[in-house]
Structure formats: C-alpha cells, structure tokens
Design a protein around this ligand. Structure first.
Ligand code: NAD
Length: 287
C-alpha cells in the first residue's frame, strides 16, 4: 500500500519559512510584499482560489489586493489596468485569475504584465527562462509537483517521468522542470489517448504526474508496481472532489501517491506567495 505525498504538510513547512522572511523584511523596514489578483467576472472574492490566496497571504504577511472587473471588460481595458500596475512600485506580484470569460485568453494579456511582476511565471520571458534553466519564477502548480517530489526525496535523475496533460500552465512547464532534473520525460495528451497509447505510456512510468481534469481517467491497474503518482486533477464527482487517477486501486500498486484533495493543491497557493516574495526581493535588489 502506498504512503501519501502529503501536500498540506509540505505546504506548512514552506509557509513557515516564508512567514519568517516577510517578518524579517518588515523588521528591516524593507516594506511588505504585495500581490495583486486581477479577477474578471462577478463575485471574484467568493471564488475558492481567491479565498485560499487571501488566507495564505494573510498567514504569510503578504499584502493581498483583489481587483475585480466586469465580465464584459475589453482586452484593451484589461491591458491598460495591467500597465497601471506595472508602474505601481507598491505592487510586487500580479496574478490574473483564470478561467477568463470567453474572448479573453491569459496568453494574450499576460505578455503585457512586467515579467518582474509576473507571480505566476506565465509571461513568455519567464517561460523562456525555464527553457534556458535560469528561471526565478515558475508556474506554481508545475513547481508544486516538483517540490512535493523533492520533499519526499523522490529522485528524477534518469527516471521515466510520464506527464499526462500538456497545458501551458501545468504540463508543458512541468516537462521542462522534469528535464531540468535530468528525468527522461514523456508528455501525453488527448491525442495520446485517441491513438490508444495512453495506457502503455502510463504503464512504464516510474513517476507519473497527471493533470487532465477527467475523473478516474487513469486506471489503478495501469500503475507500475512501486511507481510514484502525483495527481493534479481536481474534479467534482457525486458531490466529492476526486482526482484524475483511480485512487483506491492505484494506491495498492504505487509506493507514493498524492491524496486529492490534500496533495498538489495546498502547495500551489503557497508557491504563488513564494514567487511573490522572490519578485519582492528582486525589486529591492536582494536577489
Ligand atoms: P487543460 O484543460 O488546460 O489541459 C488538459 C490537458 O489534458 C490537455 O493537455 C489535454 O490534451 C489533456 N487531455 C484531455 N483529455 C485527455 C484524455 N482523455 N487523455 C489524455 N489527455 C487528455 O487543464 P489544466 O488547466 O492543465 O488543468 C488540469 C487539471 O488540473 C484540472 O482538473 C484542474 O482543475 C487541475 N488543476 C489543479 C491545480 C492544483 O493546484 N491542484 C491547479 C490548476 C489546475
């Protein structure tokens, strides 16, 4: 039976470190790291993500400002708001909440955010830095998967890491992070499934990371004996939150597996704060 990759536990350790750092900045009179969250659509403050971010920021001594916009805001107006924030020295990090309403795409607006304020690591320059391995802010969920594995001393070097999902925000940056750790990484996606090859790729994974958004897509019987399984998926099924992996059968074959919830999710929000702190330190010439 697999042991759990406990994201809450790892998140709490990182949280404590960040808390100490922000307290030190305050003590030295360097100011308060500030994260602005831009949210398009109604009732932004009540979304699960915004609530979790506000709470995490509060706990870590980070100033969190949520700015809401009408659902119908034009791309140009949103870009104008982003540019205003670029010029505001009191703001160190920006996150644009997704999903955006139809007609607005993160990739079309994020490039107008200063790469030095891009708390999500989604600016083309920051993604490019990841390719060149001189990154300083990395997309939070992808980073969360690697942090979780590192915390449990899971080696990536030379191992078969199979990633299912190739989104810009998770799968693609994750494949680069796996390569940075010299894993042999394979990225699967919808076409892999359509070509009926998903099961074979999953079966040889020593480390499997799944970020799709389809409940129980990955069958427990496909998991290689002793594999490490990271399930990023968050799906609502019969009133419960479940991942993309069939947990009950997978835990019988894996050596380590993330619970859903309680795996990658709690770390993602903490790493958003870590990115904000990194941007703050850069703005102050501290790193
Ligand atoms: P996305 O829709 O942008 O990408 C989905 C990916 O899955 C694509 O690469 C697509 O090709 C692939 N895919 C779809 N159907 C497939 C199939 N049948 N077989 C193989 N691949 C298939 O999604 P995303 O934004 O990357 O999010 C993925 C999941 O991660 C969602 O459940 C989301 O809620 C969750 N998520 C979790 C966190 C966290 O912190 N835990 C953060 C963000 C997103």
């Amino acid at each position: 039976m697999a042991a759990l990759l406990d994201g809450r536990k790892v998140a709490s350790i990182i949280k404590d470190c960040l808390k100490k750092e922000t307290a030190l900045f305050k003590e030295k009179g360097l100011g308060v790291p500030t994260l602005v969250s831009l949210c398009v659509g109604e009732d932004c403050g009540s979304t699960l993500y915004a609530k979790a971010q506000a709470q995490a920021a509060l706990e870590m001594g980070i100033d969190y400002r949520l700015i809401g916009f009408e659902k119908g805001i034009s791309k140009d107006s949103l870009i104008a708001e982003i540019k205003k924030i670029n010029n505001d020295p009191s703001v160190h990090g920006v996150i644009i909440q997704t999903p955006l309403p139809l007609g607005l795409k993160l990739r079309d607006v994020i490039s107008f955010c200063s790469p030095l304020k891009d708390a999500e690591g989604m600016h083309p320059e920051n993604l490019g830095r990841l390719v060149l391995e001189n990154d300083f802010v990395v997309p939070c969920t992808a980073q969360a998967c690697i942090e979780l594995l590192k915390s449990y001393k899971v080696k990536l070097y030379g191992r078969d890491v199979v990633i299912v999902g190739h989104s810009e925000i998770i799968g693609k940056p994750l494949s680069l992070l796996a390569l940075k750790n010299l894993a042999t990484s394979t990225v699967c996606h919808i076409a892999t499934s359509q070509a009926k090859k998903l099961r074979d790729h999953v079966k040889r994974a020593e480390v499997l990371i799944v970020a799709v958004g389809k409940p129980h897509l990955i069958k427990g019987a496909w998991i290689k004996k002793g594999a490490v399984v990271v399930d990023v998926g968050i799906n609502r099924l019969k009133g419960k939150i479940v991942g993309d992996v069939e947990f009950k059968t997978a835990e019988k074959r894996a050596s380590l597996i993330t619970p859903v919830p309680g795996g990658v999710g709690p770390l993602t929000v903490v790493l958003l704060m870590k990115n904000t702190l990194e941007l703050f330190k850069r703005a102050k010439g501290l790193s």
